[in-house]
Each structure stands twice: as structure tokens, then as C-alpha cells.
Write a new protein. Structure first.
Length: 333
């Protein structure tokens, strides 16, 4: 566990789908396993409140479900520190202190803020907390003096704001914070079974936990090349979501075989999907095995989280002591 510190987080949306697995989680696991980084991964449950303050009943269960998916995907508590934002109260204090130095204009011009406010019209997002979302995120990141933040492109504006806030702090008080880098990885864009972006809110996701008949049914329902109406019509794998998934889960030989058989109409979509469902089931088997272990041992999950909270708090407390001193605020009597 030596090396540069990495930090990332996810809002507790509950169980994760294959888009989350390939978009973020597998990258987190790869960074952990590369051995060169000291990784901190946390559940941003306070961030969930910024948009879901009126409906909080699922946040706790979603938090635990998500940690179980992380462990199932291969995050290893012996290598990575896994913790919960709301358990490390220093995040709130640093958020407050950073809010004092963050110009309103930086928050108001944040593209994510404007988009989300326009899109999520069913929620009233005209709150102080929602506007301050990126300030809390900045606190999360610089608290650990992270060198790198593995995120998707959608998070780039937030990391950029974090960099600006860190620079401003360093300029106003003292050079405490390294300026964090976003770590982007090329990720295959995974579509849901209906051909739109895979998203929990579209109800089109294949979950990491899906297996057996439920998994087969979802794969059977996947949209394919719209021009391939009958089995005898030749298909175009490059336009087919099922083929993209074969690329992730099937052997190179199977991928080649499916491609040729689709183009020549030697097999139909039903058969191709059956092969895919089997390949996904096999690919997810180690994940399901770990998941079953943790589901059967909830005490172990609790202990992992508690240990992670303690490890994170140790760093957070040290950072806050430096910050208070630099800002000449608060006495430890
Ligand atoms: N905003 C991130 C998301 O929606 C979650 C998040 C909160 C985060 N704090 C963070 C990500 C710090 C990286 C670093 O996915």
C-alpha cells in the first residue's frame, strides 16, 4: 500500500449494473491491483442528499448494497480503504471551510449544475446543498491529498473545480494541497437492453447481481440490428449491442464465430443471445461467488466498513489539523 494516493467515490445508487462495472469499478480494481497506488474509495452518501433529501429511506440500504458490489467486483479491503463519507465528519468541516472561499460564480457556471437542474424537474434542486455539491466533492478529494481521481468524463467539471478550490486555498493560506489529476480511462460505452445508455433510471440495466433465468430473460430481450427481422436476413454485428457484449464476455474464437455466423445468417439472434447469456453468466461467476460470501456474512461487511472509516478518519483528522492551523481557526484546548 505504498505509492501515490488515489481517491474516488460513488453516490449510493444501490446495486450496480454492468455499465458501472466497466465505467468505473473495474478501473478502481485495476488501480488497486497495479500495486503502485494507495487507494481510497468511499460511498458519497451526503452527496445523495443533495438531490434526494426528500426521499432518504433507501440511502442506508443502497450504501451497503454498493459496498457489497465493490467487494464482489474485487476491491480488496487489505489493499484499498473502503469507507462511508458520513462516517468521517471531517468531510463536513472541510466542506464548510472551503465554502467560505469558493466564489458563487464558480458554482453557478458549473455545467453539471445547470443540466441537472433543468433535467430533474420533478425535484426541487434550488437548494444551497445542491449548488454546493462540487464544494463537498472538493473536500472529499483534497482531504486525502489525492494525486489522482479516477472518474468518468461526466465528472471532469467537478474535478476541475476541485483544482481551482485547492489552488485558491493554497494561495490564501498555505500550500497544503496537491492539485489532483483526473484519471480518465477508455471505457466501452455499454448500452442497456433497449439500446439506450445503460442507466438505472431507464430500467434497461443488466445488474452485476443478475444471474440464472433473470439474466437469460434480459439478454433475450436485448435490441439487435433493426434490419435483421428474420433469421435468414444477414446481420450487421457492428450495429448490434449483443455483439458488443460478446466482445466483453466471449472468447476471441467465439466472437469471430458469432460475427461470421451473423453476417451469413447461419445462426439467428436467439441462438447468439443464448451464447451471450452463457458467456456473461460465466464471466460474472467469480463476482457472484464473492457476493454470496458477503451476503452470507454481513458482519464481515460491517467490519470492513468500520475499519475503512477508521483508516480514512486518521488521514482526515491530520489534514484538518493542518487546515485549521493554516486558516488560524479553532483552538484545541
Ligand atoms: N460526484 C461523483 C458522482 O456522481 C461522486 C463523488 C463524490 C466523487 N465525491 C467524489 C467522485 C470525490 C470522485 C471523488 O459519481
Amino acid at each position: 500500500m505504498t505509492g501515490k494516493r488515489i481517491l474516488s467515490g460513488m453516490r449510493p445508487t444501490g446495486k450496480l449494473h454492468l455499465g458501472n462495472l466497466y465505467g468505473a469499478l473495474s478501473n478502481w480494481v485495476a488501480l488497486q491491483d497495479s500495486g503502485g497506488y494507495d487507494c481510497y474509495y468511499f460511498v458519497a452518501d451526503w452527496h445523495a442528499l443533495t438531490s434526494d433529501y426528500a426521499k432518504t429511506e433507501d440511502i442506508r440500504a443502497n450504501t451497503v448494497d454498493m459496498v457489497i458490489d465493490w467487494l464482489a467486483a474485487g476491491l480488496d479491503p487489505a489493499k484499498s480503504t473502503l469507507f462511508i463519507q458520513s462516517s468521517v465528519k471531517e468531510h463536513a468541516e472541510l466542506f464548510l471551510l472551503l465554502s467560505m472561499i469558493t466564489p458563487l460564480a464558480w458554482l453557478e457556471r458549473n455545467p453539471t449544475y445547470k443540466e441537472m437542474k433543468d433535467e430533474l424537474t420533478e425535484k426541487d434542486l434550488s437548494t444551497f446543498g445542491f449548488l454546493g455539491y462540487p464544494v463537498l466533492q472538493a473536500a472529499d478529494i483534497i482531504m486525502y491529498k489525492a494525486y489522482g481521481v479516477p472518474v468518468g468524463v461526466d465528472q471532469l467539471p467537478h474535478v476541475e473545480l476541485t483544482r481551482e478550490i485547492a489552488r485558491r486555498f493554497n494561495f490564501l493560506y498555505r500550500e497544503i494541497f496537491p492539485i489532483p489529476e483526473p484519471l480518465l480511462t477508455e471505457v466501452p460505452k455499454l448500452l442497456g437492453i433497449d439500446g439506450r445508455k445503460m442507466s438505472k433510471s431507464y430500467d434497461n440495466s443488466i445488474f452485476m447481481s443478475d444471474r440464472g433465468e433473470a439474466l437469460q430473460k434480459k439478454v433475450a430481450a436485448m435490441f439487435t440490428d433493426p434490419q435483421r427481422q428474420r433469421k435468414r436476413d444477414p446481420g450487421r454485428p457492428e450495429l448490434c449491442n449483443v455483439f458488443t457484449f460478446h466482445g466483453l464476455y466471449s472468447s476471441a474464437a467465439t466472437v469471430a464465430e458469432m460475427e461470421a455466423a451473423c453476417r451469413s445468417a447461419a445462426i439467428g439472434c436467439t441462438e447468439c443471445k443464448r451464447r451471450l447469456a452463457d458467456a456473461i453468466a460465466a464471466g460474472l461467476r467469480p463476482i457472484h461467488k464473492r457476493r454470496d460470501h458477503y451476503l452470507a456474512n454481513p458482519g464481515e461487511v460491517r467490519a470492513i466498513i468500520e475499519d475503512g472509516n477508521v483508516r480514512a478518519a486518521r488521514i482526515a483528522k491530520a489534514t484538518l489539523a493542518e487546515v485549521r492551523d493554516a486558516m488560524k481557526i479553532s483552538h484545541e484546548l
